[in-house]
Every structure is written in C-alpha cells, then in structure tokens.
Design a protein around this ligand. Structure first.
Ligand SMILES: C[S@@+](CC[C@H](N)C(=O)[O-])C[C@H]1O[C@@H](n2cnc3c(N)ncnc32)[C@H](O)[C@@H]1O
Length: 213
C-alpha cells in the first residue's frame, strides 16, 4: 500500500510512518508503555529496578484508538510473549497502523471498531489513548494541531466523553486499564472509574493505570 504524504516520527526508539490521517505520536504517550512494562515486572529504564510483576507477559492486550499503531506495535515488540490487538474507528488510520506493523515486523491483529463494538474477545488489559481534548480549553493552540485529524483529538463533555464511554463498556474480566488523559482530567476520570470498580494503581505523567476489582 502507498500512503500519500508520509512523514516519520520516533516513538520509543523506533521510526513510525505518520500521515494526515493519524495523530503524530507524542513523547508523553511513551509513559503508557513504561507503565505496562512495569505491570509485567519488566525493567523499562536503565537503573530502574523492575517492580514485582502483577501479570504474566503472555497476556492479551487491546489498544483502543490505535492511530499510527505506535502503542500496539511497541508493546508487540517489547512484550513478544503477549497477544496484541488494536482497533480504531478510522479506516485510513488503520491502513497506516498496518503499514507500520509490517515495516517494524510486529505481530498485531487489527480491527475496525467504534470503541469495543466489533471486539468479540475479552483482553486482559486495555490500553487507550483516545481523543481527550476539549475544543474550548483556553490554553489550546488550535493552529498547531490543524494538520492532525479532528477525530484523533477532540471529544465532547469537556474532553471526557470517549473515556467515560470506554469505562462504561469495559468488560468485567478485563483486569487492567491504562489510559492517557490530560492531568487536568485525571481526578474526574479516577472518580468515574471508581464507580465502575476500578482502583487506581498509579498515575505516571499523562498515564492512569487501573486494576479492576
Ligand atoms: C489521540 S489518537 C491516539 C493514536 C495513538 N494511539 C497514539 O497514542 O498516538 C486517538 C485515536 O482514536 C481514534 N478514535 C476516535 N474515536 C474512536 C472511537 N469511537 N472508537 C475507536 N477509535 C476512535 C482516532 O481515530 C485516533 O486514531
């Protein structure tokens, strides 16, 4: 497949293709990878001791809203024992993610899905960097975001609509949920998650890590 107007961005030390159809991977999203490696008891930084493993490495992970595929592909390469799937509502984004998985030799199964609508299995862990930007944030520099797709950035309810929807739909048997959100949204998300029986294990930069009781 030939994706027009390609660029490249580094994510977790690897080179990803990006086009106008996907969010440019951000450094803050690398913290989601660190958090998941930490859950698996894998050292993620030189000089940092691995924590006691909460889960085995051969777990199944679903990346919801995969975009360029940067999270799913990185996890597939960092956790070769794990079963990695990824979904997105955007078909053009999925085409870019698939091209990245081929380029980087990562084994990821992709689904076109509105959140979990077309997912017919229960992953052990869901990771999601869904749109969480509120168009009305006064600090927003919209011009600098204009080359990225609106569907990757903005959502309703002060930027919380999609994250709340995912929390409402989370399968009972999915043990862990790792989300990215702006730190200004964390307390609202933690409260909503608590109502669904999710306990906060840690916050790490923009990342929130929950365990289902
Ligand atoms: C913030 S981008 C994240 C992309 C990538 N995971 C990353 O970390 O760079 C959000 C992604 O969610 C997708 N998305 C938006 N609404 C969605 C929905 N209802 N269901 C699934 N994916 C959705 C967008 O197409 C976009 O690719």
């Amino acid at each position: 497949m030939n994706v027009a107007s390609q660029n490249n961005t580094d994510f977790y030390g690897r080179d990803f293709l990006v086009t106008k159809d996907v969010l440019i991977p951000r450094p803050e999203s690398e913290m989601l990878i660190d958090a998941i490696l930490n859950l698996c008891g894998k050292p993620y930084l030189p000089g940092v001791k691995a924590s006691a493993s909460k889960i085995t490495e051969n777990l199944s992970i679903l990346d919801v809203g995969t975009g360029s595929g940067c999270l799913a592909i990185t996890l597939a390469l960092e956790l070769p024992e794990a079963h990695i799937s990824a979904c997105d509502i955007s078909r053009p984004a999925l085409a870019v993610a698939k091209e990245n998985s081929v380029k980087l030799h990562a084994h990821v199964t992709f689904y076109e899905s509105n959140l979990l609508d077309s997912i017919d299995f229960t992953p052990d862990l869901i990771v999601a960097n869904l749109p969480y930007v509120d168009k009305d944030w006064p600090w927003l520099d919209k011009a600098s975001l204009s080359s990225e797709p609106a569907i990757a950035l903005y959502t309703d309810n002060h930027g919380l609509a999609l994250i709340y929807q995912l929390l409402d739909e989370l399968p009972r048997k999915t043990k862990f949920l790792v989300l990215e959100a702006d730190p200004s949204e964390h307390s609202a998300i933690i409260a909503h998650a608590k109502n669904h029986g999710l306990n906060l294990l840690e916050t790490r930069g923009f990342a929130l890590v929950f365990e289902q009781s």
